[in-house]
Design a binder for this molecule. Sequence first.
Ligand code: SF4
Length: 475
Amino acid sequence: MCGIVGICGKVLKLTQAQSLLQLLVHRGQDASGLAWIDETGKHCLAKVKGQPIQIPLPEVNSRYILGSTRYPTYGNRNGNVPVEKFAQPFSVETRLGQLTICHNGQIANIRKFSKHEFHSDAEFIANLLGEFIDNGNDLVMASKKLMDILDGAYSITGFLGHTFFGIRDPRGIRPMVYGFHDGFAVIASESLVLQQAGMPEIKEMPPGGLLIFDEDELTIQQLVKTEKRPCMFEYVYFASAASEINERSVYETRLRLGELLGDQIRNAGIEADAVVPVPDTSRTASQTLSEKLGIPLRDAILKNRSSMRTFIMPAEDERLAAAKSKYLFIEGMIKGKRLLLVDDSIIRGLTLKYLISLLRQKGATEIHVAITNPPTRYPCYYGVDFTTKKELIASQKSVEEIRREIGADSLTYLTHENLKRAIDLPELCMACIDGNYPTPFGQHLKRLLEEGMILETMTHYESDEIIEVALAKEE
Ligand code: SF4
């Protein structure tokens, strides 16, 4: 998962674009980058390991700016590669001028096309699109070819020379919105960026669509049409509560998640003295859950504001160390109390296990756990960093075994039906909970996993040899 921003048609200071990009830091904080076109027409890049606000920038204005916050699912996972090689944006020369892009998502079938060790999916996409252009295609034909062969999630914004464009994968798995007003066009992963940029109207980028903004004219073409399957996890965890995705408010969806989970808790006869959100994502759902049960909401656990989002950290040891400094506790809200902890998901279970043991040490008498998502049992091939089956506690253990493992008195997951009701869209990607992958290659990877051709400890990027043998066998 990453955050992307593209801006065209209004002269901005780079620092203004940097502030807009900073709004997407919840989508990735591993690395950040900006690209802009200078007065000579050159595409310039600045990247940093860290947040957008740390990008060293010259005092320059530009009408053409791209930005990215990076969340790593591919490349440089051990941190020994220079930032220029793995952070976006990426730029390549083509016969039609310099091509620079930012990308959010993940290409499931990248190994089918490339033996080259790319450090980012975006680098791969920039090279592939550049190759199509150099083979005589214009931007429309090159984008169509890209959509014909790529399998996975991709929301892309970029410049070819001075032509501004956006491409969204045919299933619209990752969010992407745009706004256009008075000759000024903005593309972003989430609507809160466009709100902040002052766009009076925010529109959903059509899946399978290509947006081109050139010579003050904005056009959108539908290159591929298929069933839309947006990622449900954006609503549950990833996106900002201030955003609307697929014309659904993330905040209001989370309120509904809490309400429906509240019904389940009441039906299960679970009692508690306080509803306690595990900060911060689950706080919105905790409010309606608390109202539904008539149990007060108490912030017994606070987030240390200087800490980072642990789930989007690449390494296990980093996540655990960060979890220890991430939370602060209000002792008076814990001692002698029956607590109902609310969290958005259980991926590996380590953070909840750690929190529950601390809450018991601090005198909680009972600890019940409510999760605003069903059990996560399958890897994600579309840009969220649980890419191996082995790391998912729910793929290895039953709900009762997970309850025992994390040390809770009860454990309630939201049901599939209630998740669907809360989001209320006709079709969703829910593959990490039901194994129903929305793309052909995702289904293929699932088969390889079931047949043991991909080990449970292996990502679909790893062990080329095994995956290549498996692919050859399949063909
Ligand atoms: Fe989202 Fe899960 Fe689908 Fe990945 S597998 S895109 S996390 S719903």
